[in-house]
Design a protein around this ligand. Sequence first.
Ligand SMILES: C[S@@+](CC[C@H](N)C(=O)[O-])C[C@H]1O[C@@H](n2cnc3c(N)ncnc32)[C@H](O)[C@@H]1O
Length: 209
Amino acid sequence: MRKFVPWVDENGNTQYLMGSFFLQDYRELSGFCDFLDDKNISSYFELGVWRGQMLNFMKRRLGLSRCYGADIYPPSQERESPYPNMKNIVQTEVEPVMDGIELFIGNSHTWEYVEWRQSIGEVDLVFIDACHEPGDVFQDLMVEYAMGLARFVAMHDIAKWSGPHMAWERICDEMKLFSVDVGTELGIGVLKGPREGGCVRLKNRSEWK
Ligand SMILES: C[S@@+](CC[C@H](N)C(=O)[O-])C[C@H]1O[C@@H](n2cnc3c(N)ncnc32)[C@H](O)[C@@H]1O
């Protein structure tokens, strides 16, 4: 089934996302972008880009002036879907990552990554969607907060996937700005980033689910 993400451009005309294929539920992605609309997001970094198509979408949809991605593997159409049975996935044709998007190809759990992340500097929105194991999610979050360069830190797959879900459930509600979960195994959550005074503060253990 083909699904397209509708959005309204600066002239008030409805546009539809075309030419992409990425691992997002189109209803959640629409809600996420609606939340971001009045946040003046001009720079975006996605950790875990897979085929790189969400990068292209976000660059167009948010009118980004700076856009970055990182992944162990270069984005490629050849990369198989890790979720072949997922419904409502945004699914259209694959296009190359757009010119002007800077990529780091390597493991986020290395000093090379930290050095590169520091080199790109302040970013309005960081979207963490890499390895979903609890320890890996923890490390990716901690590095991002330790570097202190993000206004908003979004996490994908907070609904059910082990690492992102555990982190989202345990982080204090006062750090949370937005979440959307339409009942799939995915879900997107946005945290106050370090530049907005956010930190990875956990709830009391008795409140953990
Ligand atoms: C769920 S996919 C990302 C989907 C993508 N954000 C999208 O919307 O289409 C997760 C990606 O994270 C990458 N990844 C996993 N562990 C990583 C790590 N330690 N460092 C960098 N990338 C990693 C994988 O290679 C994979 O492409």
